[in-house]
Design a protein around this ligand. Structure first.
Ligand SMILES: Nc1ncnc2c1ncn2[C@@H]1O[C@H](COP(=O)(O)OP(=O)(O)OP(=O)(O)O)[C@@H](O)[C@H]1O
Length: 275
């Protein structure tokens, strides 16, 4: 049976316990077995809470993307169930590749989800402009993807995900292909954006540092077949900023998260090897 380790331990944290937001979706003992008999998930218990920034962290192939597909209904559980507290919400997606249409300008790229929903460009204009403002790209509406840096393309991709004003934003390793400096900057921007968004975010990553910087809660998944191995609550200021990376709390949470990740892969954490 999966053992969930929770940090900080109940009652053991320095700061007072925050009220726990209600569950939006609950995975109950979910298995996912693909047609080729690959068992991607086994007995996954997972709660997605309303308004939280949840990070799914785990080794390659542990089923993180499968969790996102199950959430959206693009895949169905083979066993177990996913219980929603409401109608299945509106989703926005951001993937590792920005997948922009090279022949269209930024404005037209961001319009795409509304266009597919039958909304004309003129009717969609206020929402497109709002999304571009949210990602700081208002001045680049007429630019083409080839004129943008990798970080700017990713911002367009985020604007395209936000343009429908989704209740749930699903981000699958969105910054993994970017250089370190751009990645840190986009982490800062996303942290700021999240504070003004009225959305639940599920963020898949391989990066401990990114998880701890951005998330309210981290679920570390065990290697395939994927299941929840550890849960870590991140004690941090409500709005994250560069200063948080310099704190002892950040360093300690990174250490714990890294240890949980190593344990999830059946390895001894490096911190214990040196003792
Ligand atoms: N449609 C599919 N058919 C068959 N096997 C699949 C399918 N989708 C995913 N898998 C397999 O299921 C397992 C979990 O895949 P998934 O992409 O969810 O993992 P992940 O944790 O997101 O991986 P990564 O971090 O490398 O992106 C992998 O072994 C993958 O090869």
């Amino acid at each position: 049976m999966t053992k969930i380790v929770t940090f900080p331990s109940p009652g053991g944290g320095a700061s007072p316990a925050k009220a726990r937001p209600p569950a939006l979706a609950t995975f109950r003992k979910v298995d996912k077995i693909f047609k080729n008999q690959v068992m991607a998930l086994s007995g996954l218990d997972l709660e997605i809470r309303t308004g939280e920034f949840l990070s799914l962290l785990g080794p390659s192939g542990c089923g993180k993307s499968t969790v996102l597909r199950l959430l959206t209904g693009l895949a169905e559980p083979s066993r177990g169930e996913i219980v929603w507290s409401c109608e299945r919400p509106q989703f926005g997606f951001v993937f590792q590749e920005p997948t922009l249409m090279p022949w269209s300008d930024v404005f037209t790229n961001v319009w795409l989800p509304l266009r597919l929903a039958g909304v004309s460009k003129e009717k969609a204009r206020p929402q497109i402009e709002e999304a571009l403002t949210q990602v700081g790209l208002s001045a680049f509406a007429k630019a083409y993807p080839r004129q943008l840096s990798g970080g700017m393309k990713m911002r367009v991709s985020i604007a395209r995900a936000l343009v429908t004003r989704p209740q749930v934003l699903l981000m699958d390793e969105p910054f993994a292909a970017l250089d370190e400096i751009t990645r840190l900057k986009l982490n800062d921007d996303l942290a700021e954006l999240q504070s003004s968004l009225n959305a639940t975010v599920v963020f898949v990553t391989h990066s401990v540092f990114e998880s701890v910087y951005l998330a309210d809660r981290i679920v570390v998944m065990a290697a395939r077949p994927g299941r929840a191995f550890a849960e870590i609550s991140v004690e941090a200021p409500p709005i994250r900023s560069e200063g948080f990376r310099m704190t002892a709390a950040y360093a300690e949470t990174c250490r714990r998260t890294s240890a949980a990740l190593h344990e999830s892969m059946g390895e001894t954490p490096a911190s214990e090897l040196s003792q």
